[in-house]
Design a protein around this ligand. Structure first.
Ligand SMILES: Nc1ncnc2c1ncn2[C@@H]1O[C@H](COP(=O)(O)OP(=O)(O)OP(=O)(O)O)[C@@H](O)[C@H]1O
Ligand SMILES: CC(C)(CO)[C@@H](O)C(=O)[O-]
Ligand code: BAL
Length: 368
């Protein structure tokens, strides 16, 4: 099976390479020998058509780069369900508000290619698994052909808006976020026409938005959600974690701890909002007060943005969980800048001077 796949792959890559050699390009021969990198959509569309004609299937993993084990777990899942995995790497400007961290968002292109190369080698050893055949790393003039992208709330441009879902929780804190995400994902889906798209549960509201987009706009793709990958401490992996450093990383685990405490209440049979959320808010308050009581040179302070108990399809807050529907427990905190980074202290990228907003969630499964 693996050998058969390999043969088809080599043929289709050969055909595609011949017809696309001026537009698609590859990195040095030792890196990602299977994988083509596309900077614009026409060659990617042609490649995708050649795969369709060979009865191959595409699983798309949209990312903003700075790849970590969470992204790789999605690509691995995609390879188990498709012959070809497309990974997009694009820091989409329209999902960042004007005062958000677009300019400081981590960019690690070489490490990203190396990580995908290592994963592709691993996939080559798994019988029947697909391979990473395309990386789509477009430029902004390709993704936003008519106007320069506009991140203002009343910005000009062609946007996909999903209300009121996109205005709640993450959307309340980041008013243009889901408009930007839905818009760029619609573009990626139109360009790649994947059989399946892969998103991480870590960004749970994003998965709800994408499911709604696919349903309401009749997009012919299947939305697959992979579990949140965590560090040993329980902290959800995130590209922005590189800014934390040791001191803030140790405290940031408070969010997943708080959500776990709330989950325990649901598992113990509690259904009322207050009963479920109280231990989570208590834990956050206790740890926040503990940190504030420490000297500036030792503390890592944070603000709680929200802790929510929501309906799994609308993200509206619920007062009581319907056990047949289950619910989503989610939260966001902002780790503040370190006030006094220590001499020689490992403070993360940016020296502890960049505030880091973190999100996490747990799905409370329906009880049947
Ligand atoms: N810990 C994780 N486990 C599983 N999937 C993840 C994890 N972190 C991110 N993803 C998924 O990877 C995809 C790309 O996410 P993105 O490139 O924004 O990375 P990120 O780590 O979420 O970055 P950020 O710091 O912006 O939150 C999304 O579908 C996201 O949900
Ligand atoms: C889905 C996505 C790649 C769209 O830019 C982004 O929101 C992300 O990385 O989760
Ligand atoms: N992981 C979602 C992308 C963002 O926070 O902008």
């Amino acid at each position: 099976m693996a050998r058969g796949l390999q043969t088809i792959r080599s043929l289709s890559v050969l055909i595609t390479r011949r017809s696309l050699s001026t537009t698609a390009f590859r990195t040095s021969p030792s890196i990602l020998p299977q994988t083509q990198i596309f900077r614009s959509d026409p060659p990617l569309r042609a490649y995708r058509r050649s795969l369709l004609l060979s009865n191959r299937t595409v699983g798309l993993v949209p990312t903003m780069g700075a790849l970590h084990a969470g992204h790789l777990s999605l690509a691995r899942l995609a390879a188990l369900e498709n012959t070809d995995v497309f990974v997009s790497i694009y820091i989409n400007p329209t999902q960042f508000g004007l005062h958000e961290d677009l300019s400081s968002y981590p960019k690690t292109w070489d490490a990203d290619l190396a990580a995908l190369d290592a994963l592709d080698k691993e996939l080559a050893t798994i019988p029947g698994a697909g391979r990473i055949s395309a990386i789509f790393a477009p430029t902004t003039d390709i993704m936003y052909p008519t106007l320069p992208p506009d991140s203002a709330v009343d910005g000009k441009g062609s946007f996909v808006t999903i209300t009121p879902l996109a205005t709640l929780l993450e959307g309340a804190s980041r008013p243009v976020f889901f408009r930007g995400v839905a818009t760029v994902c619609m573009k990626l889906f139109n360009i790649c026409t994947p059989e399946r798209v892969y998103f991480g549960q870590k960004d749970v509201q994003q998965t709800v938005v994408i499911r709604r987009l696919v349903k309401d706009f009749h997009v012919d793709t299947d939305v697959r959600v992979g579990p949140t990958q965590r560090e040993e401490s329980g902290l959800a992996m995130s590209s922005r974690n590189v800014y934390l450093g040791a001191r803030r990383r140790a405290v940031a685990v408070v969010l997943s701890q708080a959500l776990r405490r709330a989950e325990e209440q649901y598992v113990a049979g509690k259904r009322k909002r207050g009963d479920i959320l109280a231990p989570a808010t208590w834990h956050l308050g206790r740890v926040a007060a503990e940190q504030e009581g420490l000297a500036k040179a030792r503390r890592a302070c944070f603000d709680v943005d929200y802790i929510a108990l929501s309906d799994p399809e609308t993200m509206e807050e619920v007062q009581e969980v319907d056990p047949e529907r289950g619910a989503i427990l989610s939260g966001a905190i902002k780790m503040k800048e370190l006030e006094e980074p220590g001499e020689g202290e490992e403070c993360g990228v940016g020296g502890g001077r960049i505030a880091v907003r973190l999100i996490d969630n747990i799905i409370l499964q329906p009880v049947v």
